[in-house]
Design a protein around this ligand. Structure first.
Ligand code: DAT
Ligand code: MG
Length: 139
């Protein structure tokens, strides 16, 4: 996986609330190229595996329930400095702390239901992209 890629999900809350188009526009307007994209839904096993690093946290059960309650959009994005720049674009985990102009400031409703995911390292971007997309889907 190239180091200029990151992985994102538009989470069930933002899909339910009709924000797919606006969030994709914020992403592409910020200079990210979409290299993989799909509407899908996580199974409980998928969500448990994707968030395994948080398994011991008190919110893990709630997180798995939330992430499986409806469709998500999964995407791989490309841009110079993709991981770090995308974390800036999405804003703080808690929308109450998210900066103006960020996706979470605009569309997240709570710390648990915060509209979007963004990988936290190049290594995890590769792992997460491959979790969701076959090699032939990573353009
Ligand atoms: P981020 O999504 O900003 O990388 P994270 O990796 O720390 O944040 O946590 C993953 C997700 O878990 C986060 O997007 C929402 C949920 N979460 C984190 N902290 C939480 C908390 N204190 N209460 C409820 N949900 C939380
Ligand atoms: Mg994280």
């Amino acid at each position: 996986m190239a180091t200029n890629r990151t992985f994102t999900m538009i989470k069930p809350d933002a899909v339910e609330n009709g924000h797919i188009g606006n969030i994709l526009a914020m992403i592409t307007n910020a200079g990210f190229k979409i290299v993989s994209l799909k509407l899908t839904q996580l199974t409980i096993a998928d969500a448990q595996a994707f968030y395994a690093v948080h398994a011991a946290r008190p919110f893990y059960g709630e997180l798995v329930e939330f992430m499986t309650r409806g469709p998500i959009v999964a995407a791989i994005l490309e841009k110079e400095n993709a991981v770090e720049d995308f974390r800036i674009l999405i804003g703080a985990t808690n929308p109450a702390e998210a900066a103006e102009g960020t996706i979470r400031k605009a569309y997240a409703t709570s710390i648990g239901e915060n509209a979007v995911h963004g990988s936290d390292s190049d290594e995890n971007a590769g792992i997460e992209g491959t979790f969701h997309f076959a090699g032939r889907e990573q353009f």
